[in-house]
Write a protein that binds this ligand. Structure first.
Ligand SMILES: Nc1ncnc2c1ncn2[C@@H]1O[C@H](COP(=O)(O)OP(=O)(O)OP(=O)(O)O)[C@@H](O)[C@H]1O
Ligand SMILES: [Mg+2]
Length: 239
């Protein structure tokens, strides 16, 4: 599980994340919502161990991401915002390189590579360099990289950003397929996505926790939205 405790992160004078605390349990898919600049990516970068907190701490399955970075990273998959680095590599070479970094060998290496290529439908672009891929395909290579070692914990920063409707659907199905026993955080701007994959959602603004909506609260909200939507469309059709 993931435990974020009184986390703050400053960039010079700017406080991007401000005393943020929350937990995510195995089996949960937490939607991480908030307007542009709210601090979602910053929080996820700290969880993934890419940047250090200014205050507070993060543990992943009991491993402090600052004090035990190797243990924490081993059990975690992280999809950063934007495109993977190593853009001059072909998609196949990049995934092979990540498989080596993750210590995958032999039959398991082959079967995991086959699995992610199949699930993210990367077959046609495997020999193309990442820099020359379309935005959606770059995103899919990033996702393939994040799930390659079948990690217990997944931190996905806007996983469906830039994907076509079909692929959005595929990636949501993939998250639903993987959720059992895993701890997953997904940042998104798409409410439909919260509906499709999340069991809980938190909303942050200016780096602070604004709301924590569990399954029941989400269902209630969804019910209200549905009835509002019906009312508005009925009024429109009668007017
Ligand atoms: N490397 C950096 N240096 C300085 N300021 C930064 C840096 N990275 C992020 N920030 C600032 O921190 C704040 C939070 O940014 P962050 O990227 O975490 O937001 P976000 O919630 O992911 O937004 P978006 O929805 O646009 O992805 C913003 O004001 C941003 O400009
Ligand atoms: Mg972001």
């Amino acid at each position: 599980m993931i435990e974020v405790s009184n986390l703050s992160r400053r960039y010079g004078a700017l406080t991007a994340v401000d005393d943020l605390s929350f937990r995510v349990q195995p089996g949960e898919v937490l939607g991480f919502l908030g307007p542009n600049g709210a601090g979602k990516s910053t929080t996820m970068r700290v969880i993934a161990g890419f940047i250090a907190p200014s205050a507070g701490s993060v543990t992943v399955c009991g491993h402090d991401v600052q004090r035990e970075p190797i243990a924490a990273r081993r059990i975690m998959g992280y999809l950063p915002e934007g495109a993977p680095s190593y853009g001059e590599m072909s998609a196949a070479a990049f995934l092979g390189f990540i498989a080596d970094l993750r210590g995958l060998r032999g039959e398991r290496r082959r079967s995991r590579l086959d699995h992610v290529v199949e699930r993210l439908q990367l077959g046609p672009v495997l020999d193309q360099s990442i820099d020359t891929l379309s935005k959606g395909f770059r995103r899919r290579v990033g996702l393939a990289q994040a799930i390659l070692h079948d990690p217990e914990v997944l931190v996905l920063d806007e996983p469906t950003d830039g994907l076509d409707p079909n692929q959005k659907h595929e990636v949501r199905a993939l998250i639903n397929e993987m959720r059992e026993g895993k701890t997953i955080i997904v940042s998104t701007h798409i409410l439909e996505e919260v509906d499709a994959v999340c069991s809980r959602a938190i909303i942050i603004g200016a780096g602070r926790l604004l709301a924590d909506l569990d399954g029941a609260a989400l269902a209630q909200l969804r019910g209200r939205l549905d009835s509002e939507f019906r009312r508005i469309t009925q009024e429109a059709s009668h007017g």
